[in-house]
Design a protein around this ligand. Structure first.
Ligand code: KIV
Length: 269
């Protein structure tokens, strides 16, 4: 089973790692066969599985249920699980709720925010819970942002995001996830923290890892699809099409061909 040390080693060796969201055992098994390096049990399940408008209604019980299902189906990938909206607003909530998903099979928890989460990151890490901090476009704050939009478009905003990364890394964050930021910023942050693997979604091709929502990359998102998504299913056919789409995604992340320029936000900072 892939560990956090393996992801750090992949970064140290200048290689890339693949990550997909996953919520159930059969998809998890297909991802194991395709050798996907890591899986995120994302609170995006509020939309993809539960049919809701946002991630806000998702509960910690939902996350534990899906984490356990994924872990039972997959013995290979590194598993991280989102702490959903308002389940880490106090230190005690963060500890109790992290315990729930770690006992369900997660190897790491993911929280959304910035420097203000430093104490939470420090306390969780001290208690044996590795933390990934998700920065940039953080969907739990969609009502603060007023929609799903590119973040850190100016040098000033990019420097503020870098300062947030530095604060949480100093507090002990073991992984960073950047969503919807200019490619140049994804590259800068990846290079600034040589010990910390950085995963991107809409953050350019220079981050150490890439993540996509599985329904997006299988062409199962109807209506508007984000610019950073590539449909890997389109290129497949036959009864192993889903498995082949996962293999194609893994290969494209590893060889750096995904994301291509058309899936990248180019902004001069
Ligand atoms: O919940 C989720 O799927 C996520 C990804 C968008 C990174 O946080």
């Amino acid at each position: 089973m892939i560990s956090l040390s393996d992801l750090k080693k992949i970064k140290a060796e200048g290689r890339k790692f693949s990550c997909l969201t996953c919520y159930d055992a059969s998809m998890a098994k297909a991802m194991e066969i395709a050798e996907i390096d890591s899986i995120l049990i994302g609170d995006s399940l509020g939309m993809t599985v539960q049919g809701r408008d946002s991630t806000l209604p998702v509960t910690i019980e939902d996350m534990a249920y899906h984490t356990a299902a994924v872990r039972r189906g997959n013995n290979h990938s590194f598993i991280m699980t989102d702490l959903p909206f308002m389940t880490y607003a106090t230190l005690n909530d963060a500890l109790v709720n992290s315990k729930t998903v770690m006992q369900a099979g997660a190897q790491m928890v993911k929280v959304e925010g910035g420097a203000w989460l430093s104490e939470t990151v420090e306390v969780l890490t001290r208690n044996g819970i590795p933390v990934c901090v998700h920065l940039g476009l953080t969907p739990q704050s969609v009502h603060v942002f007023g929609g799903y939009k590119l973040q850190a478009r100016t040098r000033e905003a990019a420097d503020k995001l870098i300062a947030d990364c530095r604060a949480v890394v100093e507090a002990g964050a073991a992984l960073l996830l950047l969503e919807c930021v200019p490619a140049q910023l994804g590259k800068e942050i990846t290079e600034l923290f040589p010990e910390i693997p950085v995963i991107g979604i809409g953050a350019g091709h220079e981050t150490d890892g890439q993540v996509l929502v599985v329904q997006d990359m299988l062409g199962l998102t109807f209506g508007r699809v984000a610019k950073f998504v590539r449909n890997f299913m389109k290129e497949q056919s036959g009864e192993t099409a889903i498995l082949d789409a996962f293999k194609a995604y893994h290969a494209a992340v590893k060889d750096g061909s995904f994301p291509a320029p058309e899936q990248t936000f180019q902004v001069e900072l």
